[in-house]
Design a protein around this ligand. Structure first.
Ligand code: SF4
Length: 1024
């Protein structure tokens, strides 16, 4: 028997070792074994053997765990191997079977506890720790309960003939001791094996005739402690000190100054810098496969790498794909379960319906209807749906009823249109409810097997996911891989269900199980050695690469020194004798050194100085390395950066320069034209069709004259919209673009305004005595509060925000007097003026309703303009107060800010002057003034903004604007009509420019996302 122990540095002696193992394989192919430390190295060595034309059995070259699996699969008959995830499932079920009050109170294990126990059990098994006895005096109720679960778990494995990763190794060890193992065993590069792994290695040694063990070890080094003496091999080959490569003592001597570290601003900047360097290397002739990029925590870096490498067009290959939960197709499948489990929340349902992988149609009266996400979104906003299933039904039904009732006030044409809309809303509600009924079948408590069966059968019934086979081929393949991985998860869970104790679990637990497994499962990536290799730092150990990049070398990421065991204190961890801080530090150093040792020609180290928010420190492993600040940031190889540079060159007129930077198939003229639109036409004074100036287009002008000519009926608010921004008028009134209604738990500003209008209207209309005095004040307060309560009930909301809203109106002990009482007290003050409230919601040019103000007029009011033309106006006036001498004041209620006198004289506010003139013409009264009545908590006032100087006395008890009573009222109205004349010309002549200065735009403008001021607009289009 020959036994050799060789001390090696990471990656060294591998070729020689493979050579020896290959010779043994050729001599004795069925009884030779080559054990390697990582599956990455296994793959590499297998590839090399195949390249050299050497045939071998796959299980001949494997990892230690892989070898144990092969032994169990060959010899263990009825034994079943379980994964870590299944181990957690078993622990979770055991926690529910008995009361472990500290771990799972009331038999309900908290989230993550099964995983923590699994990790703890892994360590106890690997290190062969007697638990809880090893804790000695530190034993406690908690450790006793953990110990009980541990015993129950090991008992369960043995009774059910199951093997986890650790018992698998133990079983293989016993098998070799009983029946012998391979005759020739070569083990290369294992770093500090665990106790159970050592047992297996020793069993292999005992049965082998030839045993060669290469161990990474260098005496007096901070990276190595295991010299292999536990193998008790006499023949030891050590590393001759004169052959040590310069980096071998990286941690023992001063850091070599030949390696530099580059500091970047943030991770994005860092990856772009690296991608740029890699691109340059490839341009200079380096094969992509000769470049390796390593991350200490690769799982966190895959997303960004994918994004940046595709931006730079760099081919890459990685063992670590994205998690399947991050794939949109899988998110959509999970939403099918999330929607019913979380009670049909609005955002979840919309995310599902808007997913391209989901489609739902239902049969209504023999016709198939498709449930459209955008339409459901709009309907839910209009109806104020914010919560779960009953909210969808109640709110939408209420909204449909309210719209039906509203139909009475509409013209015939509008009514027909509105009825069609209502029918559509009703159909959508039917579709939503039929989908809810189907999804509801997933929500009952069932066994895991039944949950899986129902879920899979529902996906089949609904033909989900919807897959587009055309389009971006890479995307299609990516989806296929994610879907296959998800299907495997479901298959695997079905198998798991057979080996764990079956009991009913909630749909929420089933969903969380799927999500947890999905978050740990990565989409398999296609591996190719001809692309840049992107690896985790432990994967590169013992491999060789000409050009090495190690990124994200920050403190905390490497070294990562978390030592404490789950569910254990630091003292307990120490007592159990698991890994100490110095041991972990040594291990981290070893893997870093191994990564450095893999580089044959160049090494580039880097770190980001911030993560975008907080400052990051560079890894303490790099303490003496000189630092280089990357400030050039031109990123010449980035597709986006090149496009940006080309844009600048185009702007300067350098077409040839721009052309050299852009993809060959790009239509340069078209690109230049688009840039010109953005940079030239849409800047400065609006003067082109791209900014709403359509005056040169005859067809458009003809159409505008038809729609907005002399016969058109205008409202004051549409004219005010044109006054404040012609572009907004164009979007709303010409193109009929309607922004989606805001969704708000609170009252929207529109709802709040409507509520006050309704209350004030009902209060005055239902009273015969409309003046409020001291003697009828209390009765009036009771009356208006009762109206308010009835109106609030109509909204059927009962969240805390709504309760506060009610309190604000009605008043309470906490907030004192409510807005409505403040309003009535103010009315009492107004009562001393000659005005008396006379008309409410008086309309003109709108359909008449049974309960409308009797003075309402069906036809629009035709208001003459100065140039002998006229405007046809429609509208509804909140309130008209009259005097005994035939004068009147138009009043408009406001719950937000109201315009001032200057807004009227500058033509921005037209409502009061136009309404005064309309009442004069329609009722034959003489205008005295117009007022905005502000009704909000702490601020109730009726401000007469314009008033006839001749009757200024009438307004003594009103709040009065400065300047508003200095001129005769007809003069002010005539001035407003002059503005109206200009607006009509602007509309009919196609002048729909944006406002001159962005500062003048309203913060709440509904069209700010589509006008020229939103530079994001193009970007959003691109990223959709
Ligand atoms: S953001 Fe300004 S310019 Fe743009 S539509 Fe609104 S008001 Fe007009």
């Amino acid at each position: 028997m020959t036994e050799t122990l060789t001390h090696i540095l990471p990656g060294r002696h591998l070729d020689l070792f493979i050579k020896k193992a290959t010779a043994a394989v050729q001599d004795d192919p069925f009884s030779t074994l080559l054990i390697l430390p990582t599956s990455n190295l296994v793959r590499e060595v297998r590839r090399r053997l195949l390249d050299d034309g050497i045939s071998f059995i796959q299980s001949t070259v494997t990892t230690l765990g892989g070898y144990a699996d092969a032994v169990v699969d060959t010899h263990a008959g009825g034994k079943i191997r379980i994964t870590n995830h299944e181990k957690e499932l078993i622990i979770s079920v055991l926690l529910q079977s008995r009361d472990y009050p500290l771990l799972a109170p009331k038999r309900k294990p908290g989230s993550g506890i099964a995983k923590e126990l699994r990790i703890l059990f892994d360590v106890l098994q690997e290190k062969k720790i007697d638990y809880p006895e090893s804790l000695g005096l530190l034993q406690s109720q908690k450790s006793d309960q953990i110990g009980s679960v541990y015993s129950a778990y090991t008992r369960y494995l043995s009774e059910e003939q199951l093997l986890d990763e650790q018992t698998n190794i133990e079983w293989a060890t016993k098998q070799i001791d009983a029946d012998g193992g391979p005759r020739s065993v070569f083990i290369y590069g294992l770093y500090e094996p665990f106790a159970i792994e050592k047992d297996l290695i020793l069993a292999l040694k005992r049965s082998a005739r030839c045993f060669e063990y290469a161990i990474p070890y260098l005496p007096e080094s901070k990276c190595f402690a295991d010299d292999g003496s536990w193998l008790q091999i006499k023949s030891i080959e050590t590393i001759p000190t004169d052959t040590l490569p310069p980096l071998a003592r990286f941690f023992d001597d001063q850091n070599p100054t030949t390696i530099r570290i580059t500091a970047y601003r943030d991770p994005l900047d860092e990856l772009r810098g690296i991608a740029d360097e890699i691109h340059t290397l490839i341009d200079e002739g380096t094969a992509p496969g000769d470049i390796t990029l390593v991350f200490p925590a690769i799982a966190d870096a895959v997303h960004l790498t994918e994004e940046i490498f595709s931006e730079y067009g760099i081919p890459y290959s990685t063992s670590t794909g994205r998690t399947i939960n991050s794939a949109p197709i899988i998110r959509s499948l999970l939403l099918v379960l999330t929607v019913p489990v979380l009670g049909y929340q609005r955002d979840d349902l919309l995310a599902l319906l808007k997913s391209p992988y989901f489609r739902y149609s239902w049969d209504q009266s023999g016709e198939l209807h498709h449930l459209d996400g955008a339409k459901v979104d709009s309907l839910s906003r209009r109806s104020g749906v914010t919560k779960g299933r009953s909210d969808w039904h109640d709110r939408i039904t209420r909204q449909i009823q309210a719209r039906k009732a509203d139909c009475e006030t509409l013209s015939e044409e509008r009514r027909i249109y509105r009825m069609r809309e209502i029918e559509e809303d009703f159909a959508i509600l039917t579709g939503i409810e039929s989908l809810f009924e189907i999804l509801e079948t997933l929500t009952s408590d069932q066994t895991l097997t039944d949950h899986l069966r129902r879920y899979r059968s529902l996906l089949t019934t609904l033909t989900l996911p919807v897959i587009q086979k055309s389009g971006d081929q890479d995307l299609v393949e990516d989806e296929d891989r994610a879907l296959l991985a998800f299907t495997r998860i479901l298959d695997r869970l079905e198998l798991s269900a057979r080996i764990i104790p079956e009991r009913k679990i909630t749909a929420a637990t089933f969903l969380s199980l799927l999500k947890t497994v999905g978050s740990k499962t990565r989409i398999p990536t296609e591996r190719t050695r001809h692309a840049v290799q992107v690896l985790g730092i432990r994967e590169i150990t013992h491999l060789r690469t000409p050009h090495l990049f190690i990124a994200h070398l920050t403190e905390g990421t490497i070294p990562n020194l978390s030592t404490r065991l789950p569910l254990s204190t630091n003292l307990e961890t120490k007592m159990l004798g698991t890994r100490t801080g110095p041991e972990i530090l040594r291990e981290e150093r070893y893997y870093f050194l191994a990564a450095l040792a893999s580089a044959e020609e160049t090494i580039s180290l880097s770190y980001p100085k911030t993560d975008g928010e907080k400052v990051l420190l560079r890894s303490g492993f790099l303490r003496d390395l000189p630092e280089y600040e990357n400030e050039k940031r031109s990123y010449k190889n980035s597709r986006l950066a090149r496009a940006e540079a080309a844009g600048s060159l185009l702007e300067e007129g350098d077409y040839a320069g721009a052309y050299s930077l852009l993809p060959q198939d790009l239509d340069l003229e078209m690109a230049a034209h688009r840039i010109t639109i953005e940079e030239y036409h849409r800047s400065g004074i609006p003067s082109s069709p791209y900014d709403g100036i359509l005056e040169d287009d005859e067809a458009i002008l003809t159409s505008l004259h038809e729609r907005f000519g002399d016969e058109a009926v205008y409202s004051a608010s549409s004219l005010e919209r044109y006054a404040s921004c012609p572009f907004a008028f164009f979007a709303r009134n010409v193109l009929s673009l309607e922004p989606l209604p805001e969704i708000d738990l609170d009252l929207t500003s529109l709802e709040r305004g409507n509520l006050i209008h309704r209350i004030a209207y009902r209060f005055f209309r239902e009273r015969s005595d409309r003046t409020i005095r001291e003697e009828n004040l209390q009765a009036a307060i009771r009356e208006i509060r009762s109206i308010c309560s009835l109106e609030l009930d109509l909204y059927a909301r009962n969240n805390p925000v709504w309760t506060v809203e009610g309190e604000r109106l009605l008043g309470s002990d906490e907030i004192g007097v409510g807005v409505l009482e403040e309003f009535l007290r103010y009315e009492m003050k107004l009562n001393t003026s000659p005005f008396v409230p006379a008309h409410f919601e008086c309309s003109f040019g709108l359909p008449l309703t049974g309960d409308g103000d009797p003075a309402s007029i069906r036809d629009p009011i035709v208001i003459p303009l100065d140039d002998e033309s006229a405007i046809r106006l429609s509208g509804r006036i909140d309130r008209i107060d009259t005097t005994e001498d035939g004068r009147f004041c138009v009043i408009d209620y406001k719950t937000g800010n109201s315009p001032g006198y200057r807004d009227i004289t500058k033509g921005r506010a037209l409502q009061l002057p136009l309404y005064i003139r309309a009442v004069e013409l329609g009722m034959g009264l003489i205008g005295a003034g117009g007022a905005y009545y502000t009704v909000k908590k702490g601020e109730v006032k009726c401000q007469a903004v314009i008033r006839d100087a001749a009757v200024e006395d009438y307004f003594k008890t009103f709040s009065r604007s400065t300047g508003g009573g200095d001129r005769p009222l007809p003069e002010i109205i005539s001035e407003s009509l002059g503005w109206v004349r200009g607006y009509l010309d602007g509309i009919r002549d196609g002048r729909f420019q944006t406002v001159a200065d962005e500062k003048d735009c309203s913060e709440y403008c509904s069209y700010k996302t589509v006008c020229r001021f939103n530079k994001q607009r193009l970007f959003e289009e691109e990223t959709e």
